[in-house]
Design a protein around this ligand. Structure first.
Ligand code: ADP
Length: 387
């Protein structure tokens, strides 16, 4: 310990040694060749860490920056030891020289360990040509996906659209049948007509909901949407349903967004009407629609005091056609929440549920303040998920 203290306290003491020029027999040529080469190596070694530093600075987010930093320090210390070696010709600070070499030794061993540690990771890093190949494959897949999405969207649209016309015919003929020939039929005959009429009107709702779902994201037109007004408009339209369940609703304050009015209306409408629909028998409905700012996005919540949802179904209810209750108890198609999720996915937000079964549910969702819509939405995933 005493030796170390002594060593450090006399780090730059040069009294114990003669300058290197005076050790042995140096010719001018030999000495200056040594000094000149050491100084050149030092200068070159100083350049490398500067280039590395500039590289790390320009190329932010490069992989393995720690190895780059260690490598830079290693080169810097190697250069310094050459500089000190050259100065020994006039300034024989051998203790200081030993310290620089000791530090260089530590850093070089650390660099070797870091390189060994990161070797596999470094081998795994892709070269630019590998990146380009991967990018080309990804673009091809993306094109294929977007083509199949377009086809699927078109199929859903055409199927739903074209199904409407024969369905209208069936419904009106059923009505005609009942009006003109109902008197000639017995109870069972009339019951069959009524069941068919109900089935046809369910199918109409289903087709309309599917049409809405397939349309989401196909024509995004962003305007300024005052959500306070939008929700007021929805509540006005739902007045009849609200009265039926003695609903009281607390709203907002809600912000104004630059977004698609149609999509936002579908989103809030689905959640509000679900809040009214999935109520507990005999319990007046209480709904709350709220918003709060969360950095770059808004977080909205629609809370009800209804029947609630078992946590094991939190994911399932967002899939197409997934319903937790029979049609006889609660009518519906199982498309509403899938539509909400599709809208939120397109807007780059998140949607989730928090619920106490038997006590009520809260549907949370986030929407970025500046929406950058993903236009090519992969409907395929939701359709597949529901299979
Ligand atoms: P729909 O209401 O037409 O059945 P949704 O996609 O809107 O379809 O909802 C899917 C299912 O999630 C519903 O069938 C219901 O079981 C459940 N659900 C949705 N909203 C609520 C809610 N507020 N409270 C309880 N259950 C709900």
């Amino acid at each position: 310990m005493q030796e170390l203290i002594d060593f450090l306290s006399r780090l730059t003491d040069t009294r114990d040694w003669p300058p290197r020029w005076l050790c042995g027999h140096w010719t001018d040529f030999h000495g200056w060749l040594y000094i000149g080469s050491d100084l050149t190596i030092w200068l070159a070694y100083m350049g490398i860490p500067l280039i590395l530093l500039r590289f790390i600075f320009i190329k932010k987010g490069i992989p393995l920056p720690g190895v780059f930093a260690l490598f830079g320090a290693f080169i810097l210390l190697c250069g310094t030891s050459h500089l000190v070696d050259a100065t020994m010709f006039w300034w024989p600070a051998y203790r200081f020289n030993a310290l620089v070499r000791f530090l260089t030794a530590i850093v070089s061993v650390a660099t070797v360990f870091a390189l060994i540690r990161y070797f596999n990771e470094a081998v795994g890093l892709r070269t630019s040509s590998e990146y380009e190949r991967e990018l080309a494959i990804r673009q091809q897949i993306l094109q294929e996906l977007s083509r199949s999405n377009q086809e699927l969207e078109q199929f859903a649209y055409v199927a739903s659209h074209d199904l409407q016309s024969p369905l209208r015919t069936i419904s009106s003929y059923l009505t005609l049948l009942e009006t003109n020939y109902g008197g000639h039929l017995d109870d069972q005959g009339r019951h069959l007509i009524q069941t068919s009429t109900a089935a046809a009107s369910r199918m109409r709702v289903l087709i309309n909901d599917l049409l809405t779902f397939s349309h989401v994201g196909s024509a995004l037109e962003f305007t300024e949407v005052n959500l306070q007004d939008l929700v007021a408009e929805i509540l006005e339209e739902q007045q009849h349903e609200m009265n039926a369940v003695q609903a009281t609703i607390e709203v907002g304050p809600l912000p104004t967004l630059q977004a698609g009015r149609t999509e936002l209306k579908q989103l809030f409408q689905n959640l509000i009407t679900n809040g009214l629909k999935y109520h507990r028998a005999g319990v007046p409905v209480q709904l709350q629609v709220q918003a709060k700012e969360l950095g770059n996005s808004y977080q909205f919540s629609v809370t009800d005091n209804g029947i609630g949802i078992d946590p094991k179904h939190y994911q399932r209810v967002f899939q197409l056609f997934q319903r937790l209750h029979g049609r006889a108890r609660y009518p519906g198609t199982g498309i509403g929440l899938a539509t909400c999720k599709k809208i939120i996915d397109i807007y780059g937000g998140k949607i989730w549920i928090d619920s106490v079964p038997g006590n009520g549910s809260t549907f949370y969702f986030t929407i970025p303040k500046h929406i950058q819509a993903i236009r090519q939405y992969t409907e395929l995933t939701s359709l597949q998920a529901s299979n």
